[in-house]
Design a protein around this ligand. Structure first.
Ligand code: ADP
Length: 357
């Protein structure tokens, strides 16, 4: 199951467990700890008092009390002391131990704040990288939906070089008038990037054929066989078009997985797509994926740009230079970087929808 990065207060999330960046006393503090205790009510403090504290890198679990989640997992992150005092190992241990507890308590969804990245001073870009690496290592072996919740606009930092490269790539090719990519990274973040809790669960399926052609063009969707824009000016009869037996997206995807010598699970995990969605695609030859799902598979399969476009077309989509999302995808494919989590970090930084589920 996938990793999702969202912006919100962790106290609002309706998942099985949320993780608290606690201090060793487990008796509450500032930052996310204070927010969690405030929202959970006194019952959480009373339960924490019985736990006898927690060592750095370890984790303990309590009930959620007045929070919308079932459990709170309390973990104590390392204080940043220059980076050469085992900080990374301790931070990795926080994620590992918290996920181990979540598994033990049967959680299917868990949300993390960026542990240690506040008062404890861990540089936010490095804290994010440790979070993503630790969680994705865990997800290779286990099925769980994991959220990283970033709270303040500075929390989410892709490297300066990557940011500048993407801006340059887009500036060279972008045919729209929106000046957003001339702005500095700090300007790119505004309140509109905040995803509300209700938006966490997006609909899985959409049928591109259901969209009128102008909408399809705006959304970077390709013309669907049989749609009015395809028929205009075409000499072919409708019957000709319908008789043209084309491989569907689902068939093309399964063929490509075989050609690449991957297993299904290797592919959907690398695509950050969950198993249930993959089974739906596998069992329904006419499945219409969302564009972000189709691209996630192209990334997992490490398709080049032409192959990606070909696969997208099977799902009724195209990549266009008047769409920033498409340009960012094109940037990563052209640079041969198929790390979906890095791509998602960049999409997030540019306020775009993320790949996978
Ligand atoms: P630490 O002491 O481990 O550094 P902090 O609570 O000071 O813990 O900060 C950890 C991270 O949690 C910071 O990036 C901070 O911005 C973020 N944070 C603070 N409040 C919330 C909240 N309500 N929801 C999610 N993240 C939060």
């Amino acid at each position: 199951m996938p990793l999702k990065i969202i912006r919100n207060s962790i106290t609002l999330l309706k998942c099985d467990a949320i993780v608290n960046a606690a201090n060793p006393t487990l008796l509450g503090g500032g930052g996310v700890d204070g927010a969690i205790h405030k929202a959970a009510g006194k019952g959480l403090l009373f339960e924490c008092m019985k736990l006898g504290g927690c060592k750095t890198g370890q984790a303990k679990i309590t009930g959620g009390h007045q929070l919308p989640c079932k459990y709170v997992i309390h973990t104590v992150g390392p204080k940043w002391r220059g980076g050469t005092n085992g900080e990374r190992e301790l931070l990795e241990s926080c994620y590992r131990e918290s996920l181990r507890l979540a598994l033990e308590y049967g959680c299917s969804s868990v949300a993390f704040p960026l542990i240690s990245s506040g008062v404890y001073g861990y540089p936010k870009d490095q804290a994010l990288k440790v979070a993503v690496d630790s969680i994705t290592t865990f997800l290779l072996e286990h099925d769980m939906l994991v959220y990283i919740v970033v709270f303040d606009r500075d929390s989410f930092r892709i490297s300066e070089k990557l940011f500048v490269d993407i801006v340059a790539f887009i500036d060279d090719r972008y045919v729209g008038m929106d000046p957003i990519f001339s702005k500095t990274r700090r300007d790119v973040f505004d309140e509109s990037t905040v995803l509300k809790t209700e938006e966490i669960f997006l609909p899985e399926e959409e049928d591109p054929a259901a969209f009128p052609p102008d909408f399809a063009a705006k959304e970077g969707k390709a013309a669907v066989p049989g749609s009015p824009d395809l028929k205009r000016g075409s000499q072919r009869s409708l019957e000709d078009v319908l008789n043209q037996e084309e491989e569907s997206f689902s068939q093309a995807l399964l063929r490509k997985i075989d050609e690449k010598g991957m297993t299904d699970s290797q592919c959907y995990k690398k695509a950050n797509v969950d198993r249930k969605l993959f089974s739906k695609i596998r069992s329904n030859i006419n499945y219409h994926p969302r564009k972000t799902t189709a691209i996630a598979f192209a990334i997992a399969l490490e398709l080049n740009l032409d192959e990606t476009k070909e696969l997208l077309l099977k799902a009724g989509f195209a990549l266009s230079h008047s769409n920033k999302f498409d340009l960012i995808i094109e940037y990563f494919i052209s640079s041969g970087n198929y790390n979906i989590f890095e791509i998602n970090e960049a999409l997030f930084a540019f306020d775009q929808e993320l790949l996978g589920v």
